[in-house]
Design a protein around this ligand. Structure first.
Ligand code: QAP
Ligand code: CO
Length: 178
């Protein structure tokens, strides 16, 4: 299975708003599987389609230790959030940088399956945080947007510099990133 190229902050394509998925076909499943493979190879726990330059409301997640519990979210929507927490986050599109972000420990959300049927779900802890982070991507938002302008600008400049030198960190050689 081939992998997809991940866009890096401050690429403005990460600011696009992803579109609702209306066609549920083989092509969508192929894309989802390629995203999953890309996420596993990159040692990530979550990846949104917009990060591979595809403007669809599609997310893949796997927060399991054994990396054997993939979750696919299609047109997801959070309708309830409870218990604020501080989470330490990174992002495959912001490689090598981590910081604290305010999130919710418990969420209720709707998500569709590959047949287009929507269902209600609950999530907590790391999975809940990951879903919030990935849904932000669908709306053109990155975790660095919650940081100060100064921090965000510094991260942007460092990534641009490392990228130009071909030295962006990648976690391909370590067991996991988070
Ligand atoms: C979002 O992030 C997330 O810097 C998913 O060099 C993060 O998979 C949700 C990664 C934290 C909840 C908590 C980051 C890989 C992966 C890097 C990721 C890197 C290689 C980040
Ligand atoms: Co991310």
């Amino acid at each position: 299975m081939s992998t997809l190229e991940i866009l890096h902050f401050p690429d403005t394509r990460l600011r696009q708003i992803a579109e609702e998925i209306t066609v549920f076909d083989e092509e969508l499943m192929t894309l989802a599987n390629k995203m999953l493979e890309t996420m596993y190879v990159s040692k990530g726990i979550g990846l949104a389609a917009i990060q591979v330059n595809i403007k669809k409301r599609l997310i893949v997640i796997d927060v399991s230790e054994k990396r054997d519990n993939p979750l696919f979210l299609i047109n997801p929507e959070i309708y309830e959030k409870n218990n604020k927490i501080e989470s330490e986050e990174g992002c495959l599109s912001v490689p090598g940088f981590y910081d604290k972000v305010e999130r919710y420990n418990n969420i209720k959300y709707k998500s569709s399956d590959f047949e287009g049927n929507s269902q209600d779900y609950e999530a907590e802890g790391l999975l809940a945080v990951c879903i919030q982070h990935e849904i932000d991507h669908l709306n053109g938002k990155l975790f660095v947007d919650y940081l100060s302008d100064l921090k965000r600008d510094r991260i942007a400049k460092k990534i641009q510099k490392l990228s130009a030198q071909g030295k962006l960190p990648s976690r391909k050689d370590v067991p996991y990133s988070i």
